[in-house]
Write a protein that binds this ligand. Structure first.
Ligand SMILES: NC(=O)c1ccc[n+]([C@@H]2O[C@H](COP(=O)([O-])OP(=O)(O)OC[C@H]3O[C@@H](n4cnc5c(N)ncnc54)[C@H](OP(=O)(O)O)[C@@H]3O)[C@@H](O)[C@H]2O)c1
Length: 300
């Protein structure tokens, strides 16, 4: 009522496309029809010229009048034109092209969907590995442990054996470095070990430790606390080895060649992830209760 605009009839895109195609088809058929008429007139004219007006009457090809060849050749062109209009342009026209395009797009969409379903699984698999690599690359984390043939490492919060050479090796390797351990292992020492930075993991928020001992409440914080050390060591016990194993690059394992009853064990190693790079056998003697081997494993 108040200045209502007159509605202009709208043609949508699809309709416009249909109209365009119809016009194109009409044009194609018209040109074929014109060609056909021209062919008829032309053929008659050629026949009249040759037979009626005797033009080139004496000129023969393979014993036949020349107009037969011209009309024959022209007929072939006309047939090709008709084939184009009724077969190629009809069945392989714009709608056929669109159809092919739609099929291609559908196929690609299907491929993308398949990739999408695969991707989250691969991502969840890959991210922890990346994180692990990032941490370990920076830190070069080593687990150092003495374990028997049945992976026993301790009983009643004590070691099960006395191996002087193993203790000596432990001292040589860990001196000057950060040593990460569980609260129970820490408490199994009479006092902190000299010349090493102790990082003790406990859930106890008010845990009292001697001066210089760093107290943390999870394995990640322990690794963070050791960030300035290029070769920190995880020295046990069973609970901490288990949690630290995924972050480790190296394992210094003293394999004690015997089996023991124990309450604490080292986790079973997946040997597809580890490569043995050193193996030194040591027989039993007065200083060492059992035969053992110093084994070094590096992450593959
Ligand atoms: N053969 C070897 O090479 C070797 C080396 C080291 C130790 N050991 C032996 O291993 C035994 C000790 O090992 P274990 O497994 O019983 O104890 P452990 O690993 O030394 O310490 C366990 C304690 O660490 C703390 N803890 C563990 N995970 C934690 C987390 N995610 N967040 C916060 N705190 C955490 C808890 O302390 P709170 O209870 O205070 O919360 C837990 O009770 C002993 O027998 C020892 O002699 C052997």
């Amino acid at each position: 009522m108040f200045g209502n605009k007159k509605k202009i009839p709208q043609i949508d895109k699809e309709q416009l496309e249909l109209i365009k195609n119809a016009q194109k088809r009409i044009k194609q058929k018209k040109s074929l029809y014109t060609h056909f008429i021209l062919f008829l007139i032309g053929s008659v004219a050629l026949i009249v010229a040759n037979l009626g007006l005797h033009i080139g009457e004496s000129y023969k090809i393979l014993g036949k009048d020349w107009f037969i060849f011209i009309i024959g050749f022209w007929f072939l062109i006309l047939t090709y034109h008709a084939f184009n209009v009724f077969v190629i342009n009809r069945f392989m026209g714009p709608s056929w092209k669109q159809n092919q395009l739609d099929k291609l797009v559908a196929k690609q969409k299907e491929g993308i969907e398949k990739l999408k379903t695969k991707l989250p699984q691969e991502e969840t698999k890959a991210i922890p590995v990346l994180e692990k690599k990032k941490l370990s690359k920076k830190q070069n984390l080593t687990l150092i442990v003495a374990a028997s043939e049945n992976n026993a490492i301790g009983k009643d919060n004590k070691l099960i054996w006395h191996l002087r050479d193993d203790l000596q090796r432990f001292k040589t390797l860990t001196s000057g470095h950060c040593i990460i351990m569980g609260r129970k292992t820490f408490e199994s020492f009479p006092k902190p070990l000299p010349n090493r930075t102790h990082i003790v993991i406990t859930t106890q928020q008010k845990y009292k430790a001697p001066h210089g001992v760093i107290v943390v409440h999870n394995i990640e914080d322990a690794l963070d606390a050791a960030l300035n050390d290029k070769h920190p060591y995880v020295i046990g016990g069973g609970e901490i080895y288990k949690q630290a194993l995924p972050f480790a690059d190296k394992i210094e394992l003293t394999r004690v060649h015997n089996s023991f009853v124990a309450d604490t064990h080292f986790p079973e190693l997946d040997l597809s992830e580890w490569r043995e790079t050193q193996n030194i056998y040591h027989p039993k003697d007065e200083e060492n209760d059992h035969a053992f081997s110093f084994l070094t494993y590096e992450r593959i």
